[in-house]
Write a new protein. Structure first.
Lengths: 505, 489
């Protein structure tokens, strides 16, 4: 079998892993997580093997067979450099998520089955070029999220899970409305993305269809003001689910914007660009400001995700090669960094001290109790702030350069968001890890002087997951070519022809 | 008519005759030599007898003619109608076995015989385009269902439900009959194509509009569309569970087939338009209004239900609304979409009533919380509930998703330039609302911890029925063409 088609196996591997998880009833408590790790690693490996063969500058078909001929739907998976980038991200996040869920023992089989179903659906979305197939995978992703949060989540899990499910469903309903309309207007014969994109819809249709479909996807990407599901959902979710939600599920929305909404309706995009760019910048600043005022550790990270996803959407709205490449790079970068931040907050800290309240955490002296967590969070925080050497820097810089060329005023405001990002991140680092008792501090210091607070040591799987994600962010920070060599050619496929004509890409 | 013609007629009606024979066999056997057995055993034996008859009828349908025209359209077999007969027979078998799950009556033979008669009514509905026969078949279904609803003589709620159902149904039947008589008066024919042709010649007669309104009211009752839905929650709650399942599934398949045929073939000249900005009086405009009212009333009321049966009733009203959305499309695309939708809906809802029959308490308690911790008490049943509920909610890759999806496609391509897209948007909006209450059911099954209760033991029959229905829901979703191929004219 050609290595290229290995990419097409990624959804199937995950779904088969999920099914096996449910059917197999092992004696050992360790067996489910091992199977999950093997499945996630197999997915990552398949993605990487596919990457070696794929020509990132072409949308190469992996599988194509008729599915529902009467309406023109096909089972059609294909990949170019952009989808490849996100498939690899999914693999990384999946493996890291399993490693950070090594301590799940309550209904572990069901947990990992839902987890792998979600992963499989995400791979499916990134590789589908038939709109109906794309949408089917997009919807399959909703239900596992609900159960992952409602069953294994923490405080406030049920309302948060319901809110997340309903927001996702409303978003996908908007998308579906746009897709049905596009299909009907194009004559009702095909759901093929390339065919429909080449069709060139009437500008009148585009002007209303673009905002509907774009907003539908952007709900999942955390576009302000439709972002409120994100902080609550991320915070209530179990660690692995937060890592996936912030790491890859929000990217589903952004990817849908880039892959479906923008190429299908380029004229509509032209009309609405500034509006959505302004919303994106509002999200950047608003997310950062709100993150600064939060008293809950995970909410800080949840709002930071809203802020960072604002950069992705701003990059998309520039419609320049720099901005778009920056947006895709930021999707990858944020996926890795958010995974790391949630891994520390959810697994290393919350699972050990059972509180997310910043003022309580302040007293726990976690910097001394959990030095590994402190170092990891500081590194991840620096990456998140966009320090040179980490992936966040190159990604946000590219977006800002792209934005500077198209929306100079908004770029300045977005730049302010970067500064605010440093502020709330440093605040969280300091409150959680480096406050409380300090040498020579008066008052409380006497009570706990000399005692090193105890906490269960950081385990090997956590360290492995951390190493994987830190390595990814450092690699891309130091050598962004590796990803840009996939992304930039990927943006020159015929699919983006309409964008190039409209926006001078 | 000559003897040869009678013989041909009898050949075409073999399935219906087999079901009637099975009904009589059940009556005699039960009153005769099974009399002394305990009720559950009698129920099972009679159900088996009925199953035999129904399966024989299904075989007769598949072996029999695909198309036939007798007696000036009084008997008009179409491939689509024949395919739906198999579905209806399957749903009747399901109802018979679910009835065996509860003991609500000693009159076992009579109960199953009346159930068989209701089935025969639906079968006739699927094989005629003659207004008079349509009405007779409808009345056969309705009268049987009134009796079945009241069959639990020990339940006051059952009697009340049946009375409401009967009063509403009687009024609706009167409306429908009045509408039919106006159509006959206007056109001089009771055969649908001839009616359509004559109506086309004399467009604009105000009496025709009256007829349309009356017919829509009658059909609205049968499909439980708002504002003709008030009987549904009470009937679903008060009737024996198997009967409620039959009303929601088999009877609905027949009703939607009738609606599609009557409106699109019989009232072909009076469509009018419900398109946005292009409103013109006619039945599509009326159907669009009924659809919006049903989706709104059903989904909003379902949000507040604590009992499974009432939840299913309101969700049935809502789902009838989605079905009507598809009816506005052009006949070539709309009819298959609507029928695919209603068949897949029927499979899922019959399954859920089966679940209710299994989990309900001694007094028929059906609170949603009875499903709490089902994943531990019966994992298989928990999965079945999940499949049925997610299908009703329209989550791919289950058949409920494709059902709605085809309806939306049919509506989107109807009318000039996306004229009916507004209806699709309303439907999509309300399906977001519906996710909330469907997830509430699944929350009980998977999230809420089990109260200390014994494991649920399912009878082999219930297991088989639920497994079959769940498999069909998944299969028709993964490969929609399997079913859809039979529903295209």
């Amino acid at each position: 079998m050609a290595p290229l088609t290995m990419l097409a196996w990624t959804p199937l591997i995950s779904f088969v892993g999920a099914a096996a998880m449910l059917l197999w009833r092992p004696e050992s408590r360790r067996a489910p997580r091992r199977l999950a790790l093997a499945t996630a690693a197999a997915g990552l490996l398949a993605a990487l093997l596919g990457a070696r063969e794929l020509d990132p500058g072409r949308l190469e078909t992996l599988v194509r067979s008729p599915w529902i001929p009467s309406i023109g739907a096909e089972f059609h998976l294909a990949a170019d450099g952009v989808s490849l980038t996100l498939a690899v991200l999914t693999g990384l996040a999946a493996v890291a998520g399993v490693l950070f869920s090594w301590n799940i023992e309550h209904r572990a089989r069901e947990f990992f089955a839902l987890y792998l179903t979600l992963i499989g659906a995400v791979y499916g979305v990134f590789l589908s070029v038939d709109l109906l197939l794309f949408f089917v995978f997009y919807e399959i992703a909703i239900i596992p999220k609900y159960f992952l949060i409602a069953i294994w989540g923490s405080k406030g899990r049920e309302p948060a899970a319901m809110r997340l499910a309903l927001y996702s469903f409303v978003g996908s309903a908007l998308v579906l409305a746009g897709l049905v309309a596009a299909w009907a207007v194009a004559g009702g014969r095909s759901f093929d993305l390339a065919t429909l994109a080449a069709k060139g819809f009437d500008p009148g249709v585009q002007r209303w269809a673009f905002p509907v479909v774009f907003a539908g996807f952007a709900v999942l990407a955390g576009l302000w003001p439709f972002h409120t599901w994100a902080p609550t959902g991320h915070s209530a979710a179990p660690t692995a689910a937060s890592m996936l939600l912030a790491g890859v599920v929000m990217k589903l929305g952004a990817y849908g914007c880039l892959r479906v909404a923008m190429p299908l309706f380029p004229a509509g995009l032209d009309a609405w660009r500034e509006f959505f760019a302004a919303l994106a910048v509002a999200g950047i600043v608003y997310g950062a400001l709100v993150a600064f005022t939060q008293g809950d550790f995970k909410y800080v990270i949840g709002y930071s995700s809203v802020s960072h996803m604002g950069f992705v959407l701003l990059g998309l709205m520039t419609v320049s090669i720099t901005g778009l490449a920056g947006a895709v790079l930021q999707m990858f970068s944020h996926g890795v960094i958010a995974g790391l931040l949630f891994g520390v907050a959810g697994r290393m800290v919350y699972d050990r001290v059972h509180t997310r309240d910043l003022t309580e955490l302040k007293e726990r002296q976690l910097g001394r109790a959990l030095p590994f967590a402190a170092v990891t969070f500081t590194v991840a925080g620096l990456a998140s702030m966009g320090l040179p050497g980490f992936s966040g820097f190159v990604a946000e810089l590219q977006v800002l350069i792209g934005a500077w060329q198209t929306f100079p005023k908004l770029a300045v405001v977005a730049g302010l968001g970067v500064v605010l990002g440093a502020v709330y991140t440093l605040r969280a680092i300091q409150w959680v890890f480096f406050s409380g008792e300090t040498a020579g501090a008066p008052g409380r210091a006497t009570a706990s002087a000399g005692e090193i607070p105890v906490a269960e040591a950081v385990t090997l799987p956590e360290k492995l997951g951390t190493a994987l994600l830190v390595a990814a962010t450092l690699a891309i920070g130091l050598q962004p070519r590796w990803l840009l060599d996939w992304i930039v050619p990927g943006l020159s496929t015929p699919l983006f022809e309409g964008l190039r004509r409209g926006g001078g890409l | 008519m000559t003897g040869a013609e009678y013989l041909a007629l009898a050949r075409a009606l073999r399935p219906e005759m087999l079901v009637v024979l099975a009904a009589f066999a059940a009556l005699f056997a039960d009153l005769g030599w099974w009399r002394s057995l305990p009720t559950p055993a009698r129920m099972r034996r009679n159900a088996a007898l009925l199953t035999l008859g129904m399966l024989g009828a299904a075989v007769a349908v598949t072996l029999g003619p695909e198309t036939a025209e007798r007696l000036d359209g009084a008997l008009s077999l179409t491939p689509v109608g024949q395919a739906l007969k198999v579905v209806v027979l399957l749903l009747a078998v399901v109802a018979a076995w679910l009835a065996a799950e509860e003991t609500f009556t000693d009159h076992v033979g009579e109960f199953l015989a009346v159930l068989a008669l209701a089935t025969v009514g639906v079968l006739f509905l699927l094989s005629t385009e003659n207004l008079l026969l349509i009405f007779v078949a409808l009345e056969l279904v309705s009268l049987s269902l009134y009796v079945l609803t009241a069959f639990n003589a020990r339940s006051a709620r059952g009697a009340e439900a049946a009375l409401k159902y009967f009063l509403f149904g009687g009024t609706a039947a009167a409306f429908l009959l009045f509408g039919f008589s106006l159509l006959y008066g206007l056109t001089g024919s009771i055969r649908l194509p001839a009616v359509a042709e004559a109506l086309g010649r004399q467009a604009g007669d105000p009496l025709a509009w009256v007829a349309v309104v009356l017919v829509l009211a009658g059909l609205g009752f049968k499909v439980a569309a708002a504002p003709f839905h008030f009987w549904a929650p009470d009937a679903y709650e008060g009737a024996p569970t198997a009967v409620a399942g039959f009303i929601a599934s088999a009877s609905k398949v027949g009703a939607f087939f009738l609606a599609a045929r009557l409106l699109q073939a019989g009232l072909a000249g009076l469509e009018g338009s419900g398109a946005w900005g292009g409103f013109a009086p006619g039945w599509t405009a009326g159907v669009a209004l009924l659809a919006v009212a049903s989706m709104a009333a059903g989904n909003l009321a379902a949000l507040r239900q604590a009992g499974l049966r009432r939840l299913l009733a309101w969700s049935a009203v809502a789902q009838a609304g989605y079905g009507l959305v598809g009816l506005v499309g052009d006949p070539e695309h709309a009819a298959p979409a609507v029928l695919y939708f209603v068949v897949t809906y029927a499979l899922a809802v019959a399954g859920l009533f089966g679940v209710v029959a299994v989990v309900q308490g001694p007094g028929g308690g059906d609170a949603i919380t009875r499903l709490a911790g089902l994943r531990e008490r019966s994992p298989g049943l928990a999965w079945a509930v999940t499949v049925f509920v997610l299908s009703l909610a329209g989550i791919p890759p289950l058949s409920g998703f494709f059902g709605k999806f085809y309806l939306f496609l049919a509506a989107a391509r109807a009318g000039q330039g996306l004229g009916y897209l507004w209806l699709v948007l309303v439907a999509l909006g309300f399906s977001c609302v519906s996710l909330y209450y469907y997830l509430q059911v699944l929350k009980q099954v998977w999230v809420v911890d089990a109260p200390p209760a014994a494991r649920l033991r399912l009878s082999p029959a219930a297991t088989a029925v639920l497994l079959l229905l769940a498999a069909l829901v998944v299969l028709t979703g993964l490969a929609p063409e399997l079913l859809l191929g039979h529903l295209r004219p």
